[in-house]
Design a protein around this ligand. Structure first.
Ligand SMILES: C[S@@+](CC[C@H](N)C(=O)[O-])C[C@H]1O[C@@H](n2cnc3c(N)ncnc32)[C@H](O)[C@@H]1O
Length: 246
């Protein structure tokens, strides 16, 4: 089974517990600053939280009055409290009509999961399809060079009643950052893989253009610092051009 169908369950939630609601609030501050203030105060009619996980961004944005819907593949994450409007679906084939959303937001490295480049870029095509002309997108990825340079090959983490042993490596042939996670808890042992294509900013911006999207700004963090070689993140913000533009 594909790794992304197995990994995003209870063990993921525990291992990434620091990716929490407080962090999502800071991301929502950034979204408001860049997408609302930066565009003359215009507010979206409908927002898609693409690969929404347990819904921390969906909740943060809804609390601020943005009509936001989450979409994810993991039923374990989709059914976490609180109750929120969210649907099960695959990011390669969104169950929405064309031009349904004014914003599509994709937080925390939820892109580059598929082995095949065509499939990864298909996600960008789907973002373009469901955005209204002039609609905005945000894609939040890791900074490839920084992650590869700083890769910690092995690590042991204490969990609630267990331990996680993590191996990390970069595969130059496939250009992927891989992680093997072995969890031992209560006499049980489980093993998972995480494998994400490490895209450069040029590769993603070319993919965006190919899909019919334009990037406006590349940020290196959620404080709004422009992207540079040492940035923590690669946050792409852009839009779907108006019909007939360009
Ligand atoms: C790293 S998590 C990020 C979740 C959320 N954006 C957040 O910041 O908490 C990646 C998410 O992508 C979802 N995902 C993975 N493959 C997917 C697919 N093919 N279609 C829809 N969602 C997918 C996972 O279930 C998981 O919730």
């Amino acid at each position: 089974m594909a790794w992304y169908k197995e990994w995003f369950g209870q063990d993921y939630l525990e291992l990434y517990a620091h990716r929490d609601v407080e962090e999502a609030e800071r991301h929502a501050d950034f979204v408001e600053k860049v997408l609302v203030d930066g565009s003359g105060g215009s507010r979206p009619r409908a927002v898609l939280d693409l690969a929404s996980g347990a819904g921390r961004h969906t909740a943060a944005l809804r609390a601020r009055g943005y009509r936001t819907l989450g979409l994810d593949l993991s039923l374990t994450l989709l059914t976490q409290p609180p109750p929120l409007p969210r649907v099960a679906g695959d990011i390669r084939e969104l169950p929405f009509a064309d031009a349904s959303f004014d914003w599509v937001l994709n937080f925390f490295t939820s892109f580059g999961y598929f082995d095949n480049e065509r499939e990864n870029f298909r996600v960008l095509e789907e973002i373009a399809r469901v955005l209204t002309p002039g609609g905005r997108f945000l894609i939040d990825l890791f900074n490839r060079d920084r992650v590869i340079a700083g890769l910690v090959p092995t690590e042991t983490l204490e969990l609630n009643g267990g331990v996680a042993e993590i191996e990390r490596w970069f595969d130059q042939r496939t250009e992927r950052v891989n992680k093997r996670i072995r969890i031992r808890a209560g006499g049980d042992e489980r093993s998972f893989v995480e494998s994400v294509r490490a895209y450069s900013e040029q590769e993603v911006t070319i993919g965006l253009r190919w899909a019919g999207l334009e990037h406006d700004q590349l940020y290196g963090d959620f404080d709004g610092t422009p992207f540079g070689p040492g940035s923590a993140r690669l946050i792409l913000v852009g839009h779907r051009p108006m019909e007939g533009a360009g």
